[in-house]
Write a protein that binds this ligand. Structure first.
Ligand code: CMX
Length: 442
């Protein structure tokens, strides 16, 4: 049984060599043109950054080191007594490109559990915040403040060789991942159950098992399994999405992993990104209220048109890269399909029915390049079913915090790889409209 560090020690030199060869042998190879539409269109489709752990295919969806979600479900170890992928086995795959054994997965779970308690100053910081402060603001503050412990920052100040950066980056990343559940659960407790004692971390439990326990739902096996799957498959979605790209940019300045990920979290908080699952739930509940007992394809279609005609987006549909139903959405649907209680839930049923109608309506509307559901179309509604109903007022919007616990897997993996590969500070060239016009005329 190897540790994740030992596996990385073996993999890093190979990847370093691969990059060296790419730079020396293919440095001038062309990957595409930069068009004005890229510069003014949010760089959509521009192949402009390196990201190791996952690549998003417009049709097939996400692949983690080449493995689809279905592949991962077959080969990645689950928790004892569970079936779903867990955060640790996904983290191992993302970091190393290898599939961990059961024993390696358990060992990583134990290491994270042993490092999981929060330092007292973080507990005090979080407890001092008003319960009306947005949970994502709190999460970002807690993550940033944990850099008091940053081994990377301390080593950098001591003066270490560039080739050693990644090892300290890895230690920080594991420390941060280990502490995220306690931080996220404390925020939840303070807002929704003030004063309720928080359970200690169980050293025999996986990361998400402990998270669900600390949220107060530890006796709900189905919710625990749902969140294991949710957190594993939201872990990484290649590099260009707003949270990943933000943390990558900030990390490229050699700000430590805590600061880099805190920055990524604030990008995740936006309604077009990580807040969307909550928006979906709000929207589906409005639909439910308005349609009453009359839930038919026709009435859903009318509601969709009403949303579109009022100039709003249909939340949970569309994507910057995907051009097919999101396989993460399909995996969550599959989870629902095997559980009668979920299948009977009115809001889960409405999500399913909406999916039967929405693509055709969005095609007819003709604006979005992708008329299909993304993962957010289902994820929040299932949380609601399990009793995580705190989403209504924006200051109590908690769902994105769960996404924030998950996305750390991918962002911190890339932080380690960026340091291992010695990637430089990001500094793309910007242009004014006048400068663009001048270039076109040349
Ligand atoms: N409903 C209505 N209109 C939509 C739409 C939707 N679901 N998705 C895109 N459009 C519109 C866009 O607003 C844009 O309109 P304008 O030309 O008037 O600005 C047009 O279609 C073209 O957009 P696009 O190229 O298809 O999509 P983008 O890459 O610009 O945006 C996304 C992608 C996800 C922000 C967008 O589809 C959206 O707003 N969806 C709803 C929110 C959502 O579900 N977000 C979650 C994304 C998943 C994630 O974060 O991982």
């Amino acid at each position: 049984t190897k540790t994740v560090r030992e596996v990385l020690e073996e993999v890093v030199p190979k990847k370093q060599l691969q990059l060296k060869q790419l730079k020396t042998e293919h440095g001038q190879a062309v990957l595409g043109d930069v068009k004005v539409e890229h510069v003014v269109g949010g760089m959509r489709g521009l192949k402009a950054m390196l990201w190791e752990a996952s690549v998003l295919d417009p049709i097939e969806g996400i692949r983690f080191h080449g493995l689809s979600i279905a592949d991962c479900q077959k080969v990645l170890p689950a928790a004892p007594g569970g079936k779903e992928i867990i955060a640790e086995s996904m983290l191992w795959l993302l970091l190393t490109g290898k599939i961990p054994t059961e024993a390696e997965t358990r060992q990583l779970s134990r290491e994270l559990a042993e490092k999981g308690e929060l330092p007292e100053y973080i507990e005090k910081l979080i407890d001092s915040l008003p319960s009306t402060l947005h949970p994502m603001t709190q999460l970002g503050m807690g993550v940033a403040a944990l850099n008091h412990e940053s081994k990377f920052q301390q080593a950098y100040e001591r003066g270490i060789k560039k080739s050693e950066y990644w090892t300290y980056a890895l230690e920080d990343s594991l420390d941060l991942l280990a502490k995220l559940p306690a931080l996220a659960a404390r925020i939840y407790r303070n807002i929704y159950n003030p004063g309720k004692p928080l359970p200690k971390i169980n050293k025999d439990l996986d990361l998400v098992g402990n998270y669900v326990n600390m949220l107060g739902y530890g006796d709900n096996h189905d919710l625990t399994e749902y969140l294991r799957l949710y957190i594993a498959i939201h872990g990484d979605h290649e590099g260009g999405n707003a949270s990943a790209h933000t943390s990558h940019l900030v990390g490229s300045t050699l700000a430590d992993p805590y600061l880099a990920y805190a920055a990524g979290l604030y990008a995740l908080a936006g309604p077009l990104h990580g807040l969307a699952n909550q928006e979906v739930l709000r929207w589906q509940m409005n639909m439910q209220k308005e349609l009453g007992g009359n839930i038919t394809h026709e009435s859903i279609k009318e509601f969709l048109w009403k949303t579109l005609k009022s100039g709003q987006v249909v939340p949970g549909y569309g994507h910057g890269v995907l051009r097919n139903p999101d396989p993460r959405f399909m995996a969550l649907q599959q989870f629902c399909d095997t559980r009668p209680a979920l299948l009977q839930d009115p809001i889960v049923q409405l999500v399913k029915k909406t999916y039967e109608v929405a693509p055709a309506v969005l095609k007819e509307h003709g604006k979005t390049k992708n008329p299909y559901p993304n993962v957010d179309a289902a994820s929040g509604c299932v949380l609601y079913h399990y009793g995580l109903t705190q989403f209504k007022a924006s200051h109590t919007a908690y769902y994105t915090v769960i996404f924030g616990v998950s996305r750390a897997l991918g962002c911190l993996t890339q932080y380690v790889w960026s340091r291992a590969l010695g990637l430089p500070i990001e500094r793309p060239k910007s242009l004014s409209m006048d400068a663009i016009e001048k270039l076109i005329k040349q």
